[in-house]
Design a protein around this ligand. Structure first.
Ligand SMILES: Nc1nc2c(ncn2[C@@H]2O[C@H](COP(=O)(O)OP(=O)(O)OP(=O)(O)O)[C@@H](O)[C@H]2O)c(=O)[nH]1
Ligand SMILES: [Mg+2]
Length: 237
């Protein structure tokens, strides 16, 4: 699943990179929120170029990452996928690492691309404050919610169908960025097995970032709400 909002320059390159990988069973689901830069039309062109391997969901407007992923998960499993992955369109998640995630999925329920284990990292060119904010945000959410996973805010993951079928989607309230934390927490509470694969998270080179300070503050507060919302699952653990 690749959610897109204004990724016209990145999407064709990403699709090419993914279909060059030694993953014969790979299909793509692009979820575009009516990007003003025409990413949706570009996605439709890519379908013609790779018949049977790409599907595009067009949504009416920018509805956030969380809802894009929820619809995408449900759709992919209904369509018969054995495993469903999520990744950004901006090359921050190195496509080649999908091969390692697929290998890691043998013997666990979810394989997670992780910046915060040995061998992983974030863009060297990030200013110190941004590196600290990212590391701190991750540590903060991990500690409050008591998760063993080392990268709980990252969005490069591969889930087994069986896990997706057990996720209580009707309870998921995150519409944006904090969706990654919410699903990481559910994985923890429901006792699923995960493996982490180190990734180097590179800053996007093309297109504009949708991340803002406001989004990060909102995510920090939402962590407490997650602790409260899932207290029943926490108790029965
Ligand atoms: N469908 C959909 N996709 C979105 C939405 N917001 C962001 N995306 C996509 O989600 C992925 C991650 O968004 P980014 O803008 O890269 O945000 P980020 O990765 O958190 O921050 P930067 O890497 O700093 O840009 C990209 O593929 C975006 O195009 C949205 O509301 N709807
Ligand atoms: Mg990005």
């Amino acid at each position: 699943m690749i959610p897109t909002y204004n990724e016209a320059e990145n999407l064709p390159k990403l699709v090419h990179a993914l279909f060059s990988l030694p993953l014969p069973g790979l299909g793509l689901l692009i979820i575009d929120d009516n990007s003003p830069d025409g990413t949706g039309a570009i996605a439709d062109e890519l379908v013609k170029k790779h018949p049977g391997r790409i599907e595009v969901m067009h949504r009416a407007g920018k509805m956030g990452l969380g809802t894009a992923y929820v619809t995408g998960f449900q759709h992919a499993v209904r369509a018969g996928a054995e495993a469903v992955g999520q990744m950004d369109a901006d090359f921050s998640h190195p496509p080649v690492k999908l091969v390692e995630l697929a290998a890691a999925l043998e013997g666990c329920d979810v394989a997670v691309g992780s910046r915060y284990i040995p061998g992983g990292g974030v863009d060297e060119d990030w200013p110190v404050w941004r590196k600290l904010l990212s590391a701190f945000g991750n540590f903060y959410a991990r500690t409050i919610l008591g998760m063993k996973l080392h990268d709980v805010t990252g969005g490069f993951r591969l889930y087994r169908k069986q896990l997706i079928q057990k996720l209580p989607f009707e309870r998921i309230r995150s519409s944006g960025y904090v969706f990654q934390v919410e699903t990481a927490y559910l994985i923890t509470l429901l006792g699923f097995k995960f493996k982490e694969v180190p990734i180097y998270f590179a800053e996007r080179r093309l297109g504009k970032s949708k991340m803002s300070f406001r989004i990060q503050v909102e995510a920090a507060l939402r962590v407490w709400q997650l602790l409260w919302n899932y207290r029943d699952l926490k108790r029965s653990k």
